[in-house]
Design a protein around this ligand. Structure first.
Ligand SMILES: *Cc1c(COP(=O)(O)O)cnc(C)c1O
Length: 391
């Protein structure tokens, strides 16, 4: 049984995006990198750096795309490692057949840690209490648990403060059942062009690295940082959004990416409105002249944002038509007065393409901009009720 509203996830596009990102990293890597004098590299670094590896970020059910199929596809495409938010997400990936290392981003101090060991997941150690918790869980099992160390360089969320490492690190690095495998940080303003915190964080990270003896891989770059500054590629990059074919606004990119998800539905009913009649909860859209409305069976329970009422469009018969009236739990209403011959069963594109022209596409960035949010939120919120069809 399939509902009218479905999310199509194009795994070939996903893999192609992964390869395009890798090619971008490889090509740009062959160009000489100019390091400003203040960028004294903390680790001895040869001039010809190798192309960074890729940790493919598949947290939040792979940004709503479905982490099981997406995780396996990215592993096939060559991701060095996958990353997700918590142990539960890591277990889903393992059960789906992912064999590559899986990094858990989240804080683990209050989690049940059994899954780390049973499913061979790699924790992030970002607080002293997480270090103690994982050490305490690893010791009786007689195992040494590899981990990535997170440094807080200015996000002030998770991670060991960059300016307090001398006090906090010895305990962690000295834990007998923990093995440091990589060091990382996370940028707060990679997608805020010109924000000074970005460079501050980079320099603090490099300073912090000088205090860690071990020669382990370093990583820092999310999608925006990867696009913005090759100096923060280090040994591994961590793109999420780019993999799904979306460039984080307001940045631009020349990487040839394809959108991975599209969201389509079908018209279920067509209704005439007479002048003065309104449609939907709150009667917020009133017809001035005779209007024709199509009812589309997807609403806020499916992740459609209430703000689509002002500024949202869908495609029907290759034309853009506005959402009118309130977004309901299970339905939206769109104004098809200017279209002819719309009938129940006609395809409705909520996100994606319906034709070759540029205006026959509703992309996630445009949708986010129209309603004042970010593309991340739109794809992550596509509801559990919507079937993901993999093509
Ligand atoms: C989500 C996340 C990423 C990926 O971010 P994008 O902006 O989607 O590329 C990278 N690193 C960490 C720690 C994250 O939480």
């Amino acid at each position: 049984m399939t509902r009218s509203t479905v999310a199509r996830v194009d795994l070939a596009a996903l893999k192609s995006n992964f390869r395009a990102i890798r090619e971008f990293l490889a090509q740009s890597d062959s160009e000489p990198r100019t390091l400003a004098p203040s960028d004294a590299p903390s680790h001895p670094r040869t001039v010809a750096r190798r192309t960074p590896d890729v940790i493919a970020v598949v947290k939040a059910n792979a940004y709503g795309h479905g982490s099981e199929r997406v995780g396996v596809a990215l592993e096939e495409a060559g991701a060095t490692m996958l990353a997700c938010a918590d142990i539960e997400e890591g277990i889903v990936l393992r059960r789906a057949g992912v064999t590559r290392p899986i990094l858990i981003f989240g804080a683990l101090s209050v989690s049940n840690l059994d899954g780390l060991f049973e499913y061979g997941l790699t924790p992030t150690i970002s607080t002293p209490s997480a270090a103690r918790a994982v050490q305490t869980a690893a010791a009786p099992r007689g195992v040494v648990c590899g981990y990535h160390l997170k440094i807080d360089t200015g996000m002030h969320r998770l991670g060991f403060r960059h300016d307090n490492l001398q006090r906090t690190l010895p305990d962690v690095l000295g834990s007998p059942n923990l093995r440091l495998e990589a060091v990382y940080t996370h940028f707060a303003t990679a997608d805020v062009p010109g924000h000074p915190l970005f460079d501050d964080q980079r320099l603090r990270f490099e300073q912090a690295l000088t205090q860690i003896d071990a020669r382990v891989p370093r990583h820092a770059a999310n999608s925006a940082a990867l696009l913005r500054d090759s100096r923060v590629w280090y040994d591994i990059v961590r793109p999420g959004l780019l993999l799904y074919g979306i460039v984080p606004p307001p940045l631009g990119s020349t990487i040839p990416l394809q959108p991975v998800m599209s969201l389509t539905s079908r018209v279920v009913a067509v209704k005439g409105l007479r002048p003065g009649e309104s449609v939907g909860y709150g009667a917020r859209f009133t017809a001035g002249a005779p209007r024709t409305i199509a009812i589309v069976p997807a609403g806020y329970a499916d992740g459609l944002d209430l703000r689509l009422e002002r500024g949202g469009h869908v495609l029907i018969r290759g034309r853009r038509v506005p959402v009118v009236g309130a977004v309901s739990m299970d339905m939206i209403t769109v104004d098809i007065t200017d279209l002819e011959d719309v009938s129940p069963g006609d395809e409705v594109v909520i996100m994606g393409r319906q034709g070759r022209e540029s205006w026959q596409q509703i992309d996630v960035r445009e949708m986010a901009a129209a309603i004042g949010t970010i593309p991340y939120e739109i794809v992550c919120r596509i509801g559990a009720r919507i079937e993901r069809q993999y093509v």
